[in-house]
Write a protein that binds this ligand. Structure first.
Ligand SMILES: [Zn+2]
Length: 283
């Protein structure tokens, strides 16, 4: 055993949370239970017959429309939407293994960031397991690209995300931010960054059955020339994009690498996560 080995972790005791789902607008109850080593992140749909389970991993992603959804390909009912903020909270809390019981098809949005979930996990406590964590190391550059959006991960002895957000909108414009792994920094600088949406798109989204649970309590709403509710950070948008990437990349567990992203969204994130999954070497 090397001195710097990291042990796997789970939550010390179960925790519960209820809230509204961002897209369906429905009430959801979540119950998280401790899990043993090498379990990973498992969602269990307790409202469905036989309580089917879905493991959070790249090849279980069934949709990336506006959020990241995992599911069972053989049964379309067995889906959990919008896992990315919760996944980012697990990553930020240093959790490897957890069982998440959920009684609806989408996680509760909480405050639109990872902060609420991180506070709940902190309250429940973290339990170290005897088994060592496998950190997957990127051996050569891997990328995903679509039109002017791209995403690359480079070999790096640590975890870093560099994001450039470009939006043709006066309230966002171009924002750049870089995050390098350090738990306190994540909790303070990335975890509180909320999801965002445009006032002018709300009606169209609702017609498509999206953002039905969105409110000023769980998202930054962007008007024509200013935000409707106050920002937590001047560049909250780019920080939230980093939160999304971290949540999506955690589909592969803990990895070392430097991610450089320009205008990327869930579709590219998951494409990259699949490529990483194909290439990773456990050690
Ligand atoms: Zn998000």
């Amino acid at each position: 055993m090397s001195l710097n080995q990291i042990r796997q972790k789970t939550i010390a005791k179960s925790l519960e949370f209820s809230g509204t789902a961002l897209h369906t607008g429905e009430k959801v109850n979540l119950r998280c239970l401790p899990a043993g080593a090498d379990t990973g992140i498992i969602f269990r749909r307790v409202d469905l017959e036989n309580k089917p389970e879905i493991k959070a991993e790249p090849y279980n992603v069934v949709s990336t429309r506006r959020c990241t959804s995992i599911g069972l390909k053989e049964d379309a009912r067995v889906t959990v939407h919008t896992i990315e903020h919760f996944m980012a909270a697990l990553w930020g809390s240093d959790i490897d293994n957890i069982l998440v019981e959920i009684d609806n098809a989408e996680t509760p949005v909480a405050d639109g960031s990872a902060l609420t979930y991180m506070e709940l996990i902190k309250e429940a406590g973290i339990k170290e397991l005897p088994e060592e964590r496998f950190i997957k190391r990127i051996e050569e550059p891997i990328w995903a690209k679509k039109a002017d959006m791209y995403l690359v991960i480079l070999p790096y002895e640590g975890f870093k995300v560099t994001y450039t957000l470009v939006y043709d909108h006066p309230v966002i414009g171009t924002q750049f931010f870089e995050y390098e792994e350090n738990n306190d920094f994540f909790l303070k600088e990335i975890a509180p960054a909320r999801t965002f949406g445009f006032e002018r798109e709300v009606k169209a989204l609702h017609r498509r059955g999206l953002a039905l649970g969105g409110s000023l309590d769980n998202a930054v709403l962007i008007g024509d020339d200013k935000t409707v509710n106050p920002l937590r950070f001047e560049n909250e948008f780019v920080r939230h994009k980093i939160l999304d990437i971290i949540g999506d990349m955690f589909l592969n567990g803990y990895i070392y690498g430097h991610i450089i992203a320009v205008k990327s969204g869930h579709q590219l994130h998951v494409e990259l996560a699949k490529k990483i999954s194909d290439s990773i070497i456990k050690r």
